[in-house]
Each structure stands twice: as structure tokens, then as C-alpha cells.
Design a binder for this molecule. Structure first.
Ligand SMILES: [Zn+2]
Length: 62
């Protein structure tokens, strides 16, 4: 998975907020236009493109 650039990261952060608030987002991947996914673990969460080789934003320590 690749790191998003600053502009892409802002969209992923927005989408992450949507997932946390609503459990879904209507935003699409800023790089390829496909759907975004959100996954959480015990102390991490990730918002990523459904294409795993595309971009992802990982938050740790939440
Ligand atoms: Zn993508």
C-alpha cells in the first residue's frame, strides 16, 4: 500500500470521520475512484482504498 500525498490524505481523513460517525462514506478513492474501506483493530484503524495496492491512511493509538 502506498502513502497518500497531502491532498489525498485530507480526503481519506474526511472519509475516516464519515466512517466513525456514520459507518460509511460517500467519498471515493482520490487516486483511482473506487470505494474506500475502513477497518479497525484494538488500537489502530485504517482507511484505505478497496484496491489494497492503492493508498491507505493508518491511525495508531486511537
Ligand atoms: Zn484507489
Amino acid at each position: 500500500m502506498a502513502q497518500p500525498n497531502r491532498q489525498e490524505a485530507e480526503i481519506l481523513l474526511d472519509a475516516q470521520g464519515d466512517f466513525i460517525e456514520n459507518g460509511k462514506t460517500d467519498k471515493n478513492c482520490p487516486r483511482c475512484g473506487k470505494h474506500l474501506l475502513h477497518e479497525e483493530g484494538k488500537n489502530w484503524e485504517i482507511t484505505r482504498c478497496e484496491v489494497i495496492e492503492c493508498i491507505s491512511l493508518v491511525s495508531k493509538g486511537v
